[in-house]
Design a protein around this ligand. Structure first.
Ligand code: GTP
Length: 381
């Protein structure tokens, strides 16, 4: 799952670590620093050969050492290379404290590559920019102790940035169902053929396995064969399915299922709806009626992870047309890009609740942002 994206993130980590290490090595090497100091005609004091590496000595830590380092600008060359000289001075001062600072310019090239990689992986533009900004904020100017590895810094920054865009409004579906008044009504929406009906069957199995009884309702009265399709799932799972004639009113079907649940002490009603485009007015007004009359506890948007940017756009549009509470991304097992999984929550402000990971009824994985980020960034060695 998301292997292409993992590779790209790993390349960024390597590149960013490399440039930061180069900078650190240069500053870790007292001779290189002294050479630089001569080149810069600077009098900044790096650790001498006989001082412990890392500048942990009292001298190096002393205010005098810092003051010396900050008074090093040669007047005659002040205009010539002001910024690099100032950069060197701050690095030398940091080094005197046993630390080194990561410069923005060191990161620009890896960040450019990362932006390209994220967009190529179908991450929404605004989400990619947010990730880059966060990494820049976290790493640039970051003081690294000589004992810390730049690798850990880069990894933490990447992890934090990804988590901040993915972990949006996350809630536990099972806990919400458990805490809600019964029957809990959950309605599923989305475009045609993205795995909506299969996902309903998977969610039913997920709930039944955890002690919640369910009834299915076929609110897809539009498509020929829809009744038979959902009934097959119900039969396979030994569940009751409420359906009406093709062409009937979907609200009436879900309403009947709620009445059935009330009469039979069923915990959860899972209502399918016809696949629709957010632009099809009649179907969207059907959905509005369903929301008005049945007042579902949760409306879940279903789309394919593999649809990438299209899925992200549709999630945004559905949320605008018929407010959603969360999303299921199907076909995550076939998605190497990961763009939709990274972008949907940030774009809609609603969490991804599950990933569909195959065609079997158990191929449904509760979505855990931290787990996803661990998987994307974690060491695969
Ligand atoms: N690999 C994989 N296949 C899936 C997943 N979810 C659903 N499918 C398959 O996708 C196909 C379409 O699924 P359906 O559930 O019929 O899609 P739908 O959205 O209900 O279709 P409509 O009712 O026409 O809107 C089926 O063959 C499913 O087995 C998944 O997570 N991974």
């Amino acid at each position: 799952m998301f292997d292409g994206l993992k590779d790209k993130l790993s390349s960024f980590r390597e590149d960013a670590e490399e440039v930061a290490e180069e900078n650190a090595e240069e500053l870790d090497d007292p001779e290189a620093v002294e050479d630089d100091a001569v080149d810069d005609d600077s009098t900044a004091e790096g650790p001498s050969d006989d001082s412990p590496e890392g500048g942990d000595s009292e001298d190096a830590d002393s205010p005098a050492a810092e003051a010396d380092a900050s008074e090093t600008e040669p007047e005659d060359e002040a205009d010539e290379d002001d910024s690099s000289s100032a950069g060197f001075v701050s690095r030398a001062a940091s080094m005197a404290r046993g630390r080194v600072v990561i410069d923005e310019e060191d990161l620009e090239e890896p960040l450019r590559e990362l932006e390209f990689a994220l967009l190529e992986s179908d991450v929404e533009m605004s989400v990619a920019e947010e990730i880059l900004d966060q990494i820049r904020d976290e790493l640039v100017g970051e003081e690294r102790k000589f004992t810390e590895s730049t690798g850990a810094l880069v990894e933490d920054a990447l992890r934090d940035a990804l988590l901040s865009v993915i972990d949006v409004g996350q809630f536990d579906f099972l806990e919400t169902v458990a805490a809600s008044e019964k029957p809990v009504t959950v309605v599923f929406t989305g475009v045609n053929g993205v795995g909506k009906t299969t996902s309903i069957a998977k969610v039913a199995k997920f709930l039944e396995d955890r002690g919640f009884s369910t009834v299915l309702a076929n609110g897809d009265t539009y498509r020929a064969g829809a009744n038979q399709q959902i009934q097959e799932h119900a039969d396979n799972l030994g569940l009751k399915c409420i359906s009406h004639e093709q062409g009937g009113d979907p609200t009436a079907v879900v309403y009947d299922a709620v009445e059935y649940a009330e009469a039979n002490d069923v915990d959860v009603v899972l209502g399918d709806t016809a696949g629709r485009l957010h632009t099809s007015d009649d179907l969207m007004s059907q959905l509005a009626k369903l929301n008005r009359v049945v007042e579902p506890d949760l409306t879940i948007f279903v789309d394919e992870a593999v649809a990438g940017q299209d899925a992200v756009n549709r999630a945004r549009e559905f949320d605008g047309a018929a407010e959603i509470d969360g999303a299921i991304l199907t076909m995550a097992d076939a998605d190497s890009q990961g763009g939709a999984a990274i972008s949907v929550s940030h774009v809609t402000g609603k969490p991804i609740l599950f990933l569909g990971t195959g065609q079997g009824y158990d191929d449904l994985q509760p979505f855990d942002p931290e787990e996803l980020v661990d998987d994307l960034v974690g060491d695969d060695e």
